[in-house]
Design a protein around this ligand. Structure first.
Ligand SMILES: *Cc1c(COP(=O)(O)O)cnc(C)c1O
Length: 489
């Protein structure tokens, strides 16, 4: 029994009577329209779900006659929402306010405008993916990016193709590139690798396991913290297939540590006629010194030094689509190209299109159009001003918003210790904790993903495109309040 505002009493029995039947509801204006655009069974199911929800609210004692009548009037809208939610995509864009530029959980690198346009044009029509337009004969998909990769690497490293005949191919990702290189060049042979580089890259990509699966045998040298050139020298033998160097991408070692330089390894390889293969990982094109990140090596460094073969990811610091790039000595890449497994790691046309466009941005000297590069180079002052702009417009008694200095991270297994000065909007709610606040932010469309520090939700704007600032403002001024009201907080 509960007392209505108008003084009348009503039991839940009475309340149930206010609810329309499924058939009644199907005849209501608005819902009959839904029947024209959706299958009948889908609408009937949505109507049932909406009524179940209302019944559940009655059971929980949430309704008086007055509120239930209102609820019934709103049922067509609930049904429409219910229907549209059923068809919501699972994979959706989100607002990355974590300040981690390359976040594997969040899809790593967003693509440049040029890459997106090119991808849409190529994908919405047929293309010359494997057709040589000159001869009309069957072509190879490699050509669409090979010369761009080599031009970029050779021009930056100032070497010519006559000096070092080179080739470049792409596969699905860097893990596949590394596996394929080991399988093609060192199956049944020994791969010499430092104990300091027997690492796990993440997502269970472990160098010793990949080596084993490739059919090569691991010849470990040195110790975890120190490996000398002489360790490699002593390990060389008649069954040596490759010298492998793995970029220590997701951790850093400090203190009593040493390893030979890549130059030294390359010189040793040349002398012994054993190719040196570097799993470079990041695909970084231009040095990051100018944004205060030191010691992160570039793809050019490896290539320019004469490394025989290099593998890199397309969607890390290169800022392109997911793919793995293999570039190096022509004879080695040719050997990989004819491995039957190459076909099983084949990249699709969308990858070629997006990578081609990303490489064009570098070649036409407009890397700032690549989102990852832009985010890395944004001045913290600019981020601070955007935070202040938003914060100045939020006026709430429950929600405290402030601009706070934070540090953004590169992420994605690159520059693990590097931090970029940045600013965030910190959120604190008078009634609810940071976890609940964060979970509410995840329910919006697009969801907003921040991080929690010291019971505050932090939204670092380095990784948020400035075009989304008006949306963030709306989230903080409207959506959040409504969401917290309806959850009963
Ligand atoms: C990230 C990384 C990989 C794996 O690259 P994916 O493109 O994710 O497969 C392999 N090696 C190194 C050194 C890396 O940094």
């Amino acid at each position: 029994m509960r007392v209505d505002v108008d003084g009348a009493t009503s039991s839940s029995e009475d309340l149930y009577r206010i609810l329309p039947s499924v058939n009644d509801l199907l005849r209501v204006d608005g819902i009959d329209l839904l029947l024209q655009s959706h299958k009948r069974t889908a609408v009937v199911n949505a109507v049932r779900r909406a009524l179940d929800q209302a019944r559940d609210e009655i059971v929980r004692g949430l309704h008086t006659r007055a509120t239930l009548s209102e609820r019934v009037a709103g049922l067509p809208l609930s049904v429409a929402e219910n229907l549209s939610q059923r068809y919501q995509f699972s994979l959706r864009p989100i607002v990355n306010a974590t300040g981690v530029i390359l976040h594997t959980n969040l899809g790593r690198a967003p693509l440049s405008k040029l890459a997106l346009d090119h991808l849409v044009r190529v994908a919405s029509s047929y293309s010359n993916l494997e057709l040589d337009l000159g001869s009309g004969e069957r072509g190879s998909r490699d050509v669409h990016v090979e010369s761009l990769i080599l031009t970029l690497l050779q021009s930056e490293a100032a070497i010519s193709d006559q000096q070092h005949p080179s080739r470049a191919i792409i596969v699905n990702n860097c893990a596949a590139a590394t596996f394929l290189a080991l399988h093609s060049l060192a199956k049944g042979k020994e791969v010499i690798v430092s104990r300091g580089e027997l690492v796990e890259i993440g997502g269970s990509f472990r160098i010793p396991e990949i080596l084993q699966e490739s059919g090569a045998s691991l010849k470990e040298v040195g110790t975890t913290n120190r490996t000398r050139l002489s360790d490699y020298e002593r390990a060389l033998g008649p069954n040596s297939g490759l010298i492998l160097r793995v970029h220590q991408s997701n951790f850093s070692m400090e203190g009593f540590v040493a390893k030979p330089s890549l130059d030294e390894l390359i010189a040793l390889g040349k002398q012994a006629h054993i190719p040196v293969f570097e799993d470079q990982g990041t695909g970084l094109i231009h040095s990051l010194e100018s944004c205060g990140i030191h010691g992160e090596t570039t793809l050019m460094d490896s290539f320019g030094k004469g490394c025989d073969l290099v593998a890199a990811s397309g969607d890390k610091l290169l800022g392109g689509p997911q793919c793995g790039i293999l570039a190096g000595r022509k004879d080695l890449v040719d050997q990989i190209r004819v491995n039957p497994l190459f076909r099983t790691f084949r990249a699709d046309k969308l990858n070629y299109a997006a990578l081609e466009a990303t490489l064009v941005e570098y070649l036409s000297d407009t890397p700032e159009r690549i989102p990852v590069m832009r985010m890395l180079h944004t001045e913290s002052q600019q981020i601070k001003e955007r935070c202040e702009q938003i914060v100045s417009q939020v006026n709430s008694s429950e929600l405290t918003v402030e601009v706070v200095p934070v540090e953004s991270a590169v992420g994605g297994g690159a520059a693990p210790r590097a931090r970029l000065e940045s600013y965030a909007i910190s959120l604190c709610h008078s009634d609810i904790g940071a976890e609940t606040l964060q979970s509410a932010l995840r329910q919006f469309d697009p969801p907003v993903i921040g991080r929690i520090n010291d019971n505050l939700v932090l939204l670092d704007l380095r990784t948020v495109d400035a075009e989304l600032d008006p949306y963030l403002l709306q989230v903080l001024t409207r959506h959040l309040r409504l969401a917290l009201e309806t959850t009963g907080s």
